[in-house]
Design a binder for this molecule. Structure first.
Ligand SMILES: [Zn+2]
Ligand SMILES: [Zn+2]
Ligand SMILES: [Zn+2]
Ligand SMILES: [Zn+2]
Ligand SMILES: [Zn+2]
Ligand SMILES: [Zn+2]
Length: 423
């Protein structure tokens, strides 16, 4: 490889800037506290070591050099960074606020996940973890009986950084655990998980568990292998749609992108026009259209209320694409759905505003930052920028002299060493 010219270095640099702006396309200048309780990505600061959650802007701006765990979206959550709940002061929302009495702090805020209450380590976790759409905790595939527990949680050859996935997200639904055989239900064949404890508290889910489109993992006895019930959704749903066309059973259009040839499209074609659908959904009927479950499922569901769980299944429900549209909305089924609005309508998750500077080159960003500074500090800034550029060039000069290729890692190494030195 020929020696790196300044052009190569600039090309590498612009690739790095591009990479950085893709990773952080958002502006982290505003704490979400003022927005009140919303569904948003929440971070746990393990350095601050209190079971409180902070918004993504505060995680970047206020707890920059602290150890953090991303807890992913939590609903009805208000940032704790500017409150008395956290002793570390917020740099974005500088008014000290009272503690958020309405936030709920489950075990995730102690760094524990799943019904097995384990800690999560992205480096060693081999299993995909799946978020319950109701309680928003995360579950191991093995704890959901989707696979045997992997013999070891040691690091695998592939990085397991993708191991935590939200099923709600289309892009992430292609679940695969590193180095493990596929799970009993693949991530692409369902859209949402409702964990056992949540199913237990929602009568309509108990009614639907194990019926078409509400998959359950069951077995005939403790010595039999696990199998899946509720997969026969296509035929069943189409029949339902034909029977109840234009009736109270029809629902609002899905918010998910339909996959080609998927159930969504077929159902879409059979559905009455949007405007009639809207008015029909609010109407309740006394005729219940919820399908009847089989005996094993009935056994599992009735055991949910006991302290001893059925050996025939845990009671978790995996809802397939289009699930929000399939509920019976009779006077019996609707109330328990209405008290959990996310079961009827997809929720919005707050995202920080996009960064208008993202995608600009390092020079452009530097110039913009300098323009915003008072003049004397701007001059200091230029001096610091020039010094850093000179240092980087000194760092890279030996590569050019020896004809060695400059890699991203070399440039990263420079910045990392620089960061470490300023700490
Ligand atoms: Zn915040
Ligand atoms: Zn912190
Ligand atoms: Zn903050
Ligand atoms: Zn678990
Ligand atoms: Zn749950
Ligand atoms: Zn019903």
């Amino acid at each position: 490889m020929a020696s790196s010219s300044i052009f190569d270095i600039l090309a590498t640099q612009s690739a790095l800037v591009e990479e950085a702006s893709e990773a952080l396309p958002f502006q982290f200048t505003q704490c979400t506290y003022a927005l009140g309780p919303i569904r948003q990505a929440v971070y746990l600061c393990t350095t601050c070591a209190v079971p409180r959650g902070i918004c993504s802007a505060c995680s970047v701006a206020c707890h920059t050099d602290h150890e953090q765990i991303e807890l992913f979206p939590k609903r009805n959550f208000r940032c704790d960074c500017p409150t008395r709940g956290l002793s570390h002061s917020c740099t974005l929302h500088t008014v000290l606020e009272v503690e958020n009495a309405e936030n709920t702090y489950g075990q995730n805020f102690k760094g524990l996940f799943c019904r097995c209450s384990r800690t999560y380590d992205a480096q060693t976790e081999r299993e995909t973890m799946i978020q319950c759409v109701a309680c928003e905790d995360w579950f191991h595939e093995s704890c959901l009986n989707l696979r045997d527990r992997p013999s070891s949680r040691d690091p695998t050859p592939q990085p397991a950084a993708e191991a935590i996935q939200e099923v709600d997200d289309d892009a992430a639904s292609d679940a695969s655990s590193s180095g493990l055989p596929p799970p009993l239900i693949s991530g692409t064949s369902y859209d949402a998980l409702v964990c056992r404890d949540c199913v237990k508290g929602i009568p309509t889910l108990k009614r639907y568990a194990g019926t078409p489109g509400a998959l359950m993992v069951i077995r005939d006895s403790a010595s039999d292998p696990w199998r899946v019930v509720g997969e026969e959704v296509l035929a069943e749903t189409l029949r339902d749609v034909e029977v109840t066309d234009g009736d109270a059973h029809a629902a609002t259009a899905g918010t998910k992108r339909p996959r080609s040839g998927s159930l969504d499209e077929v159902v879409q074609a059979k559905r009455p026009k949007e405007d009639t659908v809207q008015s029909e959904t609010t109407k309740t009927s006394s005729l219940c259209l919820a399908p009847a479950p089989n005996d094993i499922v009935r056994d599992i569901v009735s055991s949910l209320d006991d302290s001893v769980h059925s050996p025939r299944g845990a009671g978790d429900v995996f809802l397939t694409e289009g699930w929000r549209e399939r509920w019976c909305r009779c006077s019996q089924c609707l109330p328990s759905l209405e008290s959990h609005p996310y079961l009827l309508e997809a929720e919005e998750t707050h995202e920080p505003p996009e960064d208008p500077d993202s995608g600009l080159s390092l020079e452009e960003l530097g110039m913009r930052a300098l323009q915003r500074l008072p003049r004397d500090r701007a001059i200091d800034g230029i001096r610091a920028f020039n010094e850093m550029r000179d240092e980087l060039m000194n760092h890279l000069r030996p590569f050019a002299q020896e004809g060695k290729e400059v890699t991203e890692a070399d440039i990263r190494g420079f910045f990392e060493a620089k960061m470490a030195a300023t700490k």
